[in-house]
Design a protein around this ligand. Sequence first.
Ligand SMILES: Nc1ncnc2c1ncn2[C@@H]1O[C@H](COP(=O)(O)OP(=O)(O)OP(=O)(O)O)[C@@H](O)[C@H]1O
Ligand SMILES: [Mg+2]
Length: 325
Amino acid sequence: MSLLSVRDAAQVYTTRRGLFGGRVDVRAVDGVSFDVAPGQTLGIVGESGCGKSTTGRLALGLERPSEGSVTFDGQAMPAPGTADWRAMRAKMQLVFQDPLGAMDRRLTIARQIEEPLEIHGIGDKAERAARVAALLVDVGLRADHGLRHPHELSGGQRQRAVLARALATNPSLLVCDEPVSALDVSIQAQVVNMLTDLQAARGIAMVFISHDLKVVRQVSHQVAVMYLGRIVEQGDPDALFADPAHPYTRALVSAIPVPGPRRLERIVLAGDPPNPADRPTGCAFHPRCPVAIARCRTDTPALRHSPCGRMVACHLVDTETRIAA
Ligand SMILES: Nc1ncnc2c1ncn2[C@@H]1O[C@H](COP(=O)(O)OP(=O)(O)OP(=O)(O)O)[C@@H](O)[C@H]1O
Ligand SMILES: [Mg+2]
């Protein structure tokens, strides 16, 4: 049973090209489908601008998709701002990169963790205080951290506090958008471990967005690789990282720094970085693809089951070309 179900979701933004340029439609997300089951994590990776955050906002119902649908717990996502939407929002929370930006600098940590409880009318004053105290412990903070203001905490402590606030309403889904990217590498692992421990204990589903493929591999049950608004490969993280099937995934994985001899030759992608305002025809990756054939310029490959056991959107996935690449 899936908790979150995204079907053929597309998000189109209208922007201006340059200062005096005409309007141009940008398909930030261009037909994405995925499911997340209770307690499971879907990792989303891909270069800057490929539509990860937009996909996260669609999953949370913060924006309505221009096309396609999002259902949560079997229900269509209500329109943003309505009472139904607010009620549903208690069950899903966003955790993002900049904990200081996500917090009110004037309020104590305890106040900020209590706020969502108040907004959703959960408990009386004493019950809320007890819940805040328990949440501080859950995320590895002390009671006295609750009395401090955001700038009085370290980056790691702040991200823990943000997490405590996100967990306050007992959500069944967390969308984490680069949740540890701003932290020191040594602290990232601690926060990630704490997050996955809490997730397992509470059976929370997650969408985990990150540039960091190693972290994504560690936390995810499923990984989706995005390129220009589409998922190009999706499946089991260990298999995907050990034997990437899509040429784009191969390039990403080949760039992960690993100690010792490399298994994959580093693939440096040629061509311009992807720009959704100027999407190539056919397979959007074809101008940078080392193995593209004529068909890739004209036909858009669908994401489909491939013999490798994953979903892959590539015309060459079952051919010798991929193996030679
Ligand atoms: N509100 C908006 N209005 C116009 N364009 C937008 C808007 N939000 C995102 N975009 C564009 O949509 C594309 C996808 O953006 P998105 O933020 O989802 O990418 P991302 O994968 O999260 O990137 P990053 O890794 O840099 O966070 C980008 O080209 C971006 O400029
Ligand atoms: Mg983003």
